[in-house]
Ligand binder design. Structure first.
Ligand SMILES: *Cc1c(COP(=O)(O)O)cnc(C)c1O
Length: 233
């Protein structure tokens, strides 16, 4: 099978899963945007995906994202930065990313704002909220739900940034359905203060059904579309 056929096949299966999950949740399939996570895969795959109708792509490492976005600048894709972010790289990411989904602390806000202003475009930002159980100190990254309101205010106040919504990753080994049920409660409270920040990015290859059941507007899918990532990074 050619690479194009493999990707077309992965995309068709993924879109069918999204459609089925939306039907089960009595939601319209066009309420959910598919972001294809292309990390570790070459720019040639990004090009094939764009040709197959993909509009949104995600990357989690600054240098790789920057290079791929530059190599495929002619395609008009929306680049989602979804990875851990060092504050000294924030301005650089804001210069090519169309959305930053992983804003999890105030220290990032200054750099993102500076990069967005230099670029002359408003940068939509999602706050990455931690769904780790409270007793489990060190988990995946994200702002603690208690600190979400203050971080949201910092983004709202920053020049060049737009508070667009929330992002989350289900904790490793946890029940995704329970984790995303908690996320739905957090999201409802958050939207009471920020009604225009309607994006909810949740759900990966292994748990997109649970995320859609609990209100995800964007799913971030890598392996189910592109296949297993090379294990050496
Ligand atoms: C890699 C990654 C994904 C995609 O994961 P898959 O299991 O390959 O679908 C989604 N979100 C984030 C934050 C990631 O780093």
């Amino acid at each position: 099978m050619s690479r194009r056929h493999e990707l077309a096949d992965g995309l068709a299966r993924t879109r069918e899963r999204i459609a089925r999950a939306c039907r089960a949740a009595r939601r319209d399939a066009d309420e959910v945007t598919l972001t294809v996570v292309t990390k570790y895969f070459p720019a040639s795959d990004v090009r094939l995906l764009a040709d197959l109708g993909v509009t949104d792509v995600g990357e989690n490492r600054h240098q790789e994202a920057q290079e791929k976005a530059a190599e495929t600048a002619d395609l008009g894709l929306r680049w989602h930065y979804i990875g851990g972010l060092q504050s000294n790289k924030a301005a650089a990411v804001a210069r090519y990313a169309d959305v930053v989904e992983s804003v999890d602390r105030r220290k990032l806000v200054g750099g993102l704002s500076r990069g967005a202003v230099e670029r002359g475009a408003v940068l939509p930002c999602l706050l990455q909220v931690s769904l780790d159980p409270p007793e489990q100190g060190e988990g995946r990254s994200g702002v603690h739900p208690d600190d979400l309101a203050a971080l949201a205010e910092a983004v709202v106040a920053a020049e060049g940034l737009e508070l667009a919504g929330l992002m989350a990753v289900a904790p490793l080994g946890a029940d995704a359905d329970q984790a995303f049920a908690r996320l739905a409660v957090i999201t409802e409270r958050f939207r009471a203060d920020h009604p225009d920040a309607t994006v909810l990015s949740a759900g990966m290859s292994g748990d997109l059904e649970e995320a859609i059941r609990h209100g995800a507007t964007h799913v971030r899918i890598g392996r189910a579309v592109l296949g297993e990532r090379p294990s050496v990074q």
